[in-house]
Ligand binder design. Sequence first.
Ligand SMILES: Nc1ncnc2c1ncn2[C@@H]1O[C@H](COP(=O)(O)OP(=O)(O)O)[C@@H](O)[C@H]1O
Ligand SMILES: N[C@@H](CCOP(=O)(O)O)C(=O)O
Length: 328
Amino acid sequence: MHGHRARAEGPGHGAGGHGRGRAAGRRPGCRRRRAGAGVRVRVPASTANLGPGFDTLGLALGLYDEVEVLVTGSGLKVEVIDAGAGPMDDVPTDERHLVVRALRRAAEHLGLDVPGLHLRCHNAIPHARGLGSSAAAVVSGVAAAYALAGRELDGEALRLAAGFEGHADNAAASLFGGFVIAWADGGRFAAQRLDPHPAIRPVVAVPTMRSSTEATRGLLPETVPHADAAHNAGRAALAVLALTQRPDLLLAATEDRLHQEYRAPAYPASTRLVTALRSQGVAAAVSGAGPTVLALTTDGILPAGMDVEGFDVTELAVDTAGVQVASA
Ligand SMILES: Nc1ncnc2c1ncn2[C@@H]1O[C@H](COP(=O)(O)OP(=O)(O)O)[C@@H](O)[C@H]1O
Ligand SMILES: N[C@@H](CCOP(=O)(O)O)C(=O)O
């Protein structure tokens, strides 16, 4: 399943979405999925904002979580396997598990009755680092529900997934792959996918420290100076051109004044690395809400002499396919 294109039309589903708490009951017209049905989902990580495109721009990355979903007769079993993400001590294995919540909400939306569930989650995307692990988890749950219902992913899938976090940049990238522009009209999320320029080679510097997106969103001011808003509007527009056609413009196109400096106290080492890379001409930004540092290079490496102690530096491919689902 791939190549889906988000649509801007259709009814929206916000974070308070419909059907909450009804998953256990079987409603009239609900289609029961037989025990034994199963799907396997592979979902890419993502990097959001890309500097100036706060809550708007996203890029899918070639680092994947995989989830095996088996429909059972009753109950819930969640197995969480470290496939490179590190310790999973922040993940509950009951109904609060993010993949389970997303799957249940999407199943409810699709009129699908899932009597019991067994999940095996192979997690490679590190949590709370700014690589979209939570959006990837939500997208995998939504994609699993769509596949179990025999439905193709559509714009409603994006609205369901984005409704969990209230912004769609990561979710759209994980759903559709490639480079995405996401927006919301009164809570109705939509996205447009674009093909990133093939010369772009993202490098990520991932620190061991975690930083929750919710916490660093709390550092943002209610209002920003008009000049900063104007600056970011221009740079975000330029970023669309740079990401798709003109990688030579990436340094100017990744300059941000809306969110990074406010979040800087949460991760000083990442901020220092972004500044050092930019001073060497590398198009660097904080990835998502941080603390990972993203460098959009064309050679797949960082300049010599950078202080990357405490960071795990890796080149990641751009994922162009988005979430993939197969029968298990
Ligand atoms: N694969 C997953 N399965 C279950 N929960 C997850 C998964 N990935 C992320 N989460 C939840 O989301 C939190 C991280 O979300 P967030 O702070 O938005 O960071 P990120 O930048 O990684 O998305 C984790 O602490 C965990 O509670
Ligand atoms: N636009 C969001 C992106 C959050 O990304 P994450 O990978 O850190 O969850 C923000 O900047 O808050």
